[in-house]
Design a protein around this ligand. Sequence first.
Ligand SMILES: Nc1nc2c(c(=O)[nH]1)N[C@H]1C(S)=C(S)[C@@H](COP(=O)(O)OP(=O)(O)OC[C@H]3O[C@@H](n4cnc5c(=O)[nH]c(N)nc54)[C@H](O)[C@@H]3O)O[C@H]1N2
Ligand SMILES: Nc1nc2c(c(=O)[nH]1)N[C@H]1C(S)=C(S)[C@@H](COP(=O)(O)OP(=O)(O)OC[C@H]3O[C@@H](n4cnc5c(=O)[nH]c(N)nc54)[C@H](O)[C@@H]3O)O[C@H]1N2
Ligand code: SF4
Ligand SMILES: [Mo]
Length: 669
Amino acid sequence: MNKQATRIYKNVCPRNCPSSCTMNTYVENASLAHITGDPAHPYTKGKLCAKGFSYIEKNSHRDRLKFPYYQKVKGSGKFRPITWEKAFDLIISEMINIHRRYGSFLPLSLYKGTGNIGVHHFVTDEFFSSLGETTRIIASPSFSASFKAIDYDLGAVKMSDPASIMDSSMVIIWGANPAATNIHLIPFIIEAKIKGAKIVVIDPVYTQTAELADLYIQLRPSTDGALATVLTKGLFEKNAVDKDFLTPHSYGVDAFFKMIDGINVREYLLKCSVPHEAIDLLLKWLTEAEAVSYVIGDGLSKHSNGGQAIRAIEALAVVRGDIGKTGGGIFFRGNDSLLFNNQDFNRLNGSNRLVHTSQLQESLPIDMMWISCANPLTQEPNSKYMEQVMKDIPFVVTVDHFLTPTAQMSNLVLPTTTHFEEMDVVMSWWHNELALNEKAISPYYESKSEWSMMKELALRLQQLSPELCSFPIHYSEEEYLNAQFNDKVFSRYSVQSVSDLRGSSTVAANLPKTAWDDRQFDTKTGKFQFYSEAAKQANQQPMGIFTEVKMPTNDYPFWLMTPHHPYAINSQFHFLHLSGEEEAIVEINPKAAKELNIFNGEIVTVFNEQSSIEIKAVYSHQVPKDIVIIYQRWYPHSQVTINYLVPAGPKGIALEPALYDTFVNIKKL
Ligand SMILES: Nc1nc2c(c(=O)[nH]1)N[C@H]1C(S)=C(S)[C@@H](COP(=O)(O)OP(=O)(O)OC[C@H]3O[C@@H](n4cnc5c(=O)[nH]c(N)nc54)[C@H](O)[C@@H]3O)O[C@H]1N2
Ligand SMILES: Nc1nc2c(c(=O)[nH]1)N[C@H]1C(S)=C(S)[C@@H](COP(=O)(O)OP(=O)(O)OC[C@H]3O[C@@H](n4cnc5c(=O)[nH]c(N)nc54)[C@H](O)[C@@H]3O)O[C@H]1N2
Ligand code: SF4
Ligand SMILES: [Mo]
């Protein structure tokens, strides 16, 4: 191979993953030749996951979309390739028809997912805003009451540099499985462990992360708030509370302690199904530890009482004095990651109709739906309902790389560029780095970047009538991206444009290494709020106390957990099978299986009131008797849609979908 022809580009993995890895991409003869992790990245340090290393395969995968495709009848599979001219004509004529009929674009809706978190991809949000009033569909999973929970007590969501976990004397991994979902955190946890830190994993399932633990606590799902409250009470009784922190820096502590005083520890531990010995050991370590880090995952926020559980854990951290301490504190999706102009949701949502997915049917007419960075037919709870809604909407457009189940249920499917084929800026929601993604190669076949699609549409609309669309026309992706920088970005990263990012691997945020090190909170009182008026006004419990939720019943005796798969990112990387797991499986405890006369490897029916699926059962000692697991991902090989079983949760945009409050039963076929 001619070495002269090799050029190295900087790319950033834009997946909804805490790592946001930068990579060095070797391009030879205008195509991807080789990818390595970027050793200059201060957090990921040159390591990629299996998915990152599969990008060359993914980028030119034989199933990748090459052209725009159209089908008149959704789901008929009678797609035919069409030209971009024809595709734009179809879209514009639908849009103009809507505007003529209703006098606005309100029946035009956008469903935007998290398939690509780069700044470039908020261009679709901006385009929709430039049309005046439209409908924005709030994707169930991305709307998290957990942020709200943190808001109530701690004020704005902030997070210390996750690398500081290596300085902890105790790490509690609470409802998270970083060995699969946050792999670059693991070396820091191991470093802390080598330095003597105790590692505690709290999870109903014995995960790969649990294998790292000094103490593994297998509690019943959604009882974490009870466990945290018992621990806080224990610290209080041992007088192991940080009084220097509490009195001057917290609000409502007396009411909180009074409430804690009233709880019955035995009863709470029965709820959690955690033995006393484990609590005694945990309390011993908690009284001895200098600084404790609490790594909080989606295992908590995906239960309907998850927000309350997180508040109960925050209260524990404050009582111990861990907030603001080096090597201590709450580690949960960090600092505001929507700083750029086109990410400004307040501005974007100003005059829009917001509709939660579970309210879509009542919200019709929606005459057209645009889906970007999303695969709701795989990822949304109650996905069968979603399927019906998509059928009912006259014209659905999906922009993607692959013919996903969602694309298959669309009228028009538009092929888009990958991060190797477009320019972007990616900001991590976990660590402190911001990075430029360079365009390394030309678009695959006829793929277009989302910016160029939006620009083409805007030009056509503006030609018809300038009032229809105020989307700004730029001449290049770089110029478009430059227009997204603002004072907030500058004050965080000291950069003003793409060129300020060029040449460096990443740019670090000007943030204190430890969040809340000044113990000043962005709450109404300026203190940590054990008691929150705002929570009370929002009809939530004013204090972080355990609240009961649904539990398994005789009819549906198993919890169905559908956590995140190590070799997928949500519905992406469907082709990646490193140990033959292309088939969807339900993992079941052998004792529970034998009681149902189910053999290892047998195809079974998993069902509940909402739906049923047929799936292969595999014995697993990692799950307790009352839990079954199916890792969420797109399984084209088995054609199993897990989210048929997962209920959409309470209606209304203020509530969180509780994806893991799902109960099922299992029977032989
Ligand atoms: N049962 C169950 N369901 C879940 C979850 C669970 O734990 N259990 N987790 C939930 C969570 S936390 C999340 S965040 C969601 C995630 O679900 P989604 O937000 O739908 O995210 P992905 O599946 O990662 O990506 C969606 C699509 O975006 C496409 N895509 C990738 N890059 C681009 C791009 O540059 N442009 C465009 N237009 N498309 C692109 C991908 O090919 C993919 O088809 O799933 C949720 N659903
Ligand atoms: N490899 C990979 N990495 C990913 C993703 C991916 O799909 N694949 N997705 C990314 C995204 S969008 C997200 S949101 C994150 C999610 O990553 P995580 O925060 O790790 O979340 P989950 O995988 O949903 O669940 C984590 C653990 O919570 C446990 N759990 C369930 N219920 C409870 C409970 O009641 N209490 C406790 N204590 N634990 C419980 C589950 O058994 C599971 O082991 O990962 C990101 N990283
Ligand atoms: S998926 Fe996550 S860990 Fe893997 S390469 Fe992308 S950012 Fe890095
Ligand atoms: Mo997520």
